[in-house]
Design a protein around this ligand. Structure first.
Ligand code: ARG
Length: 403
């Protein structure tokens, strides 16, 4: 084993990373610095400090990354209307490069030669962390205890914890918790009974949205303001990126917006089933598409839609800090110069529907599209020639086929 001098660990204070902290200290016999990011997971972070202190950690970093997360990661992704496999809003995928960026930053600051994370050998998150570290500082080594130690299951993990007097958490019902990843964009839940995709997810997996059936019987009308592709206000009130997403999470959660029960294809090769709750993100995707519908040129919009699955897959697979993602981002960002205005949505029993949109930069012309008489010169005869020429090859083709 190569000699490691100092390690920065991505540390949540939960069971896995508490065990990893102990294991790193024992295995490498070196100083471990803990880094805990506040991404709006809605958990107290001070207990993580206390736990790290108890484990003898001297350098404990707890950093509020909420604004950076939303403004530099979530919003750029939202400009692309990114969805993986048509449905997943990438809430976990987009958080990993940010955590990796700060792990690398702290490692450089404290002179650490390695960073460590608690992602397992079967998950996407290990790939995302490590590709980001590779891209940001190839001199930093990555330690992934889940791939090195001989703990092979959650059961063995609990046994190790008991042996080392590390408290094993349970959910509100006293059972072992699901594998949960939460931040300002979403909550993802995997594992336990969810591993059988034929089984309906129990109600208690949902954490930040009500069941649409139990949502209020009266719809709620909200507005979202956009400037150059990014949301900037809710109901006319200007907000910072993190405050805006927090506000929409509250509104969407109350109306049961943004639940998703998905079987997805992991980059590492297997299919997995997860439950996602992305209330604010779901509202923002609908709203952003709403404002783009009047401000983007047709070809620009269609080009964006063509590259979107590719862009989303790059983020899912962990290539945020890769040249091709940056190239696509430049294209997407360029398209957003006139994506400004206001969208009105109706939240009602699980849905977030755009009901009106307006923009000072609108390309929409009622005068042009109207069924009534118009002042704009539009010669209906032009349409005849347009169709005749577009139909030219179809007529040849049909004639050849003997239709
Ligand atoms: N399957 C999702 C993804 O790959 C969520 C992973 C969340 N991680 C977790 N530890 N539950 O993006």
């Amino acid at each position: 084993m190569t000699k490691i001098e100092k390690i920065v660990l991505s540390y949540s204070g939960g069971l896995d990373t508490s065990i990893i902290l102990k294991w790193l200290q024992e295995t490498y016999g070196c100083e471990v610095v803990t880094f805990t990011a506040d991404l709006g997971q809605g958990e107290e972070l001070e207990p993580a400090r206390a736990k790290a202190e108890m484990s003898g950690v001297k350098d404990i970093r707890i950093v509020d990354l909420r604004e950076e997360f939303v403004s530099d990661f979530v919003f750029p992704m939202l400009r692309a209307n990114a969805l993986y496999e048509g449905q997943y809003l990438l809430g976990s995928s987009i958080a990993r490069p940010l955590i990796a960026k700060h792990l690398v930053g702290i490692a450089r600051e404290v002179g650490a030669d390695a960073v460590a994370h608690g992602a397992t050998g079967k998950c996407n998150d290990q790939i995302r962390f490590e590709l980001a570290v590779n891209a940001l500082d190839p001199s930093i080594k990555v330690i992934a205890p889940w791939r090195q130690w001989n703990i092979r299951s959650r059961l063995q993990l609990s046994e190790y914890a008991e042996k080392h007097r590390i408290p094993v958490p349970s959910d509100k019902r006293g059972e072992a918790p699901f594998s949960i990843d939460a931040n300002l964009l979403h909550t993802s839940t995997e594992g336990k009974s969810l591993e059988n995709p034929a089984e309906v997810a129990p109600d208690h997996v949902y954490q930040r949205t009500v069941d649409p059936v139990d949502a209020p019987d009266t719809p709620e009308i909200i507005t979202v303001g956009f400037e150059r592709g990014d949301p900037v206000s809710v109901n006319g009130k200007a907000m910072t990126p993190a405050a805006l997403l927090t506000e929409l999470n509250g509104l969407g959660g109350r109306h049961g917006v943004g639940r998703l029960d998905l079987v997805e294809n992991r980059f590492i090769g297997m299919k997995s089933r997860g439950i996602y709750e992305t209330p604010g993100g779901t509202i923002l995707l609908a709203a952003h598409r709403g404002i783009e519908s009047i401000t983007l040129d047709r070809a620009a919009a269609h080009l964006k839609d063509e590259i979107m699955p590719r862009y989303a897959e790059l983020i899912y697979n962990g290539f945020w800090f890769a040249p091709e993602r940056e190239m696509l981002q430049a294209l997407i960002d360029h398209s957003q110069a006139f994506v400004s205005g206001e969208v009105t949505l109706r939240l009602y029993k699980g849905s977030a529907s755009v009901i009106s949109r307006a923009s000072p930069c609108s390309l929409y012309s009622a005068d042009l599209v109207t069924f009534e008489e118009s002042t704009i010169a539009f010669d209906h005869h032009d349409a005849e020639g347009f169709i005749r020429l577009n139909g030219l090859r179809l007529r040849s083709w049909a004639a050849r086929n003997g239709r």
